[in-house]
Design a protein around this ligand. Structure first.
Ligand code: PMP
Length: 398
């Protein structure tokens, strides 16, 4: 409290009241069951179309057993940051596994995809540099760009000609240039034109980086990601991925050359200054990579479900944007309407999150759906029925 009795934080309530009045402030819904295709959310059993648990590994018996064994053998905490005494033998094993999966020389595990992106961009670029970034790149890339203090130039979504113009402008003044893009865009489900981006970036001698958070475990052979999908092995400098989505656990990683990884070991601040993953998390990630190799049919099921559900939404008349992957937005436009659609769906037994500014641009509010390999046809049919009913009631489709 200030001397006059007014709270110095009063502005928080003013802003929150405005958000509440617009119907877009919500406490997150709470999961009362494991993360799975049909889950209990806020005490209610619903078809879950909101997780990133693409392959249904978050509650998989093999991952759970492996994690339990790791707790028994290794305890629950890693006890330190990586460079002190927090590097477990299994961290190294996971890094070798990821490097082999991504077909790179080396890899480095981070606490999250967020810290992998932000920590890497901030470590590699500095004040004398220019970063050229797709306008829809993930927040963790944007924060990394800001932390680096490099000049940030944004190109319109997937626009390679605009990227080229920005590179032409940047070349004379920049010490280094980074071109960075998501592999699959998290709110739209479309895929970056990686071959064209790499070609243009190389012409200008730029460093290339792709964030494959939503492509790893989803695109390419055995889910190797967008680089494999486009046959670009060896052509991208930095590949980031997450262990929190298709892998089903938690964490992020960078895959690339030995020099890149050694440099990050010396310079990436989340690696240097934040405690490493506990044994259970690391062991469960290793188990997930076993399953990716042993059971590639999971990825096939994910894609069969994706096609079925996307076609169903389009048939009803929804605008699903440019999505090409299991992330399918139902674009509504108006923020209040998008949140109402999400609420109506919940009442009908379907959980699909409403997404508004600043997560997506103003006027592009949506309900985002993500199917998984675990959903049955019956789950998807029931979800489509609910979408049709709720969409008609709110006037999103006629
Ligand atoms: N990149 C993208 C494109 C993402 O969608 C996310 C997760 N929302 C991340 C990075 C961050 O990954 P994590 O959740 O593992 O921190």
């Amino acid at each position: 409290m200030t001397e006059t009795g007014a709270s110095a934080l009063a502005f928080l309530d003013a802003e929150l009241s405005e958000l509440r009045a617009r119907g877009i402030f919500r406490y997150p819904r709470v999961l009362d069951s494991p993360q799975q295709a049909v889950a209990v959310v806020d005490g209610r059993k619903v078809i879950n179309l909101s997780s990133n648990n693409y392959l249904g590994l978050a509650n998989h018996p093999y991952l759970k057993e492996t994690a339990e064994k790791a707790v028994r053998d290794w305890g629950v905490g890693s006890g330190a940051v990586r460079p002190i005494i927090g590097t477990l033998r299994m961290h190294e094993e996971l890094e070798r596994r990821i490097a082999a999966f991504k077909k790179t020389e080396a890899a480095l595990v981070f606490q999250s995809g967020f810290t992998a992106n932000a920590g890497t961009v901030a470590a590699i670029l500095g004040k004398e540099d220019v970063i050229v970034s797709d306008e829809l790149n993930h927040a963790s890339i944007i924060d990394g760009c800001r932390l680096s203090r490099a000049e940030i130039r944004i190109f319109p979504h997937r626009d390679v000609e605009a990227l080229r113009r920005l590179l032409e402008e940047a070349r004379p003044k920049a010490r280094r240039i980074l071109v960075v893009t998501d592999g699959v865009f998290s709110m739209d489900g479309d895929i970056a034109p990686l071959p064209e981006i790499v070609r243009v970036a190389r012409e200008f001698g730029a460093i290339t980086m792709v964030d494959d958070a939503h492509a790893s475990g989803v695109l390419g052979k055995n889910g190797r990601g967008s680089v494999d999908h486009f046959g670009l092995h060896g052509q991208l400098d930095i590949q980031v991925g997450t262990l929190s989505k298709a892998i089903g656990v938690l964490g992020g990683y960078v895959a690339g050359s030995r020099s890149l990884i050694d440099y990050l070991i010396a310079r990436a601040r989340p690696f240097l200054f934040s405690t490493s993953h506990p044994p259970a998390v690391t062991a469960a990630c290793l188990a997930a990579f076993d399953l990716l190799e042993r059971e590639p049919e999971r990825i096939q099921r994910l894609w069969d479900n994706t096609r079925y559900f996307k076609d169903g939404l389009k048939r009803i008349g929804f605008d699903t944007g440019a999505s090409e992957t299991p992330i399918t937005p139902v674009i509504v436009g108006d923020e209040g309407k998008a949140m109402r659609l999400s609420d109506e769906l919940f009442d009908l037994g379907v959980f699909a999150q409403g997404i508004v500014y600043p997560t997506v641009p103003r006027g592009k509010a949506r309900v985002r759906t993500i199917v998984t390999a675990e959903h049955t046809r019956d789950d998807l049919d029931r979800a489509l029925e609910a979408f049709e009913q709720a969409g008609r009631r709110i006037g999103v489709v006629s």
